[in-house]
Design a protein around this ligand. Structure first.
Ligand code: AMP
Ligand code: ZN
Length: 115
């Protein structure tokens, strides 16, 4: 738990949210400012700042998150039509919350390239 980390507080339930998915290692909850009809954030419960802070010890956790995401997408009804998964990293990546998270966006067609 990192002091003053909003996603640590959500993952530890210090700040309440609508839990979309939860297991021992992961939590998913709605983005407060949705950019699509479905916009969920998937976070590890353990604080990791960003992708650059991961190491080989995190391989199981990272793989777990990647397998949980399609289950969440199916639960939210966007798996059949498809969805976008985004991990913004540091300033140029557009990261604003420094606890690693996967955006899961769906419910509309996504354009490319991103802005
Ligand atoms: P990023 O810019 O990739 O770091 O994404 C951070 C995301 O977190 C943004 O889409 C914000 O809308 C979202 N966000 C910030 N604070 C909260 C919160 N308290 N609950 C849910 N989503 C949040
Ligand atoms: Zn954190």
């Amino acid at each position: 738990m990192q002091q003053d980390c909003i996603f640590c507080k959500i993952a530890s339930k210090e700040i309440p949210t609508k839990i979309i998915y939860e297991d021992e290692h992961v939590m998913a909850f709605p983005d407060i400012k949705p950019a699509a009809p479905v916009h969920v954030l998937v976070v590890p419960k353990r604080h990791i700042a960003n992708l650059c802070e991961t190491c080989s010890d995190d391989i199981t956790l990272l793989g777990h998150i990647m397998t949980v995401i399609p289950k969440i997408a199916a639960q939210l009804g966007v798996a059949d039509d498809g969805f976008r998964t985004v991990v913004n990293t540091k300033d140029n990546g557009g990261q604003t919350v420094h606890h690693i998270h996967w955006h899961v966006l769906g419910g509309r067609f996504m354009t490319w390239p991103p802005g």
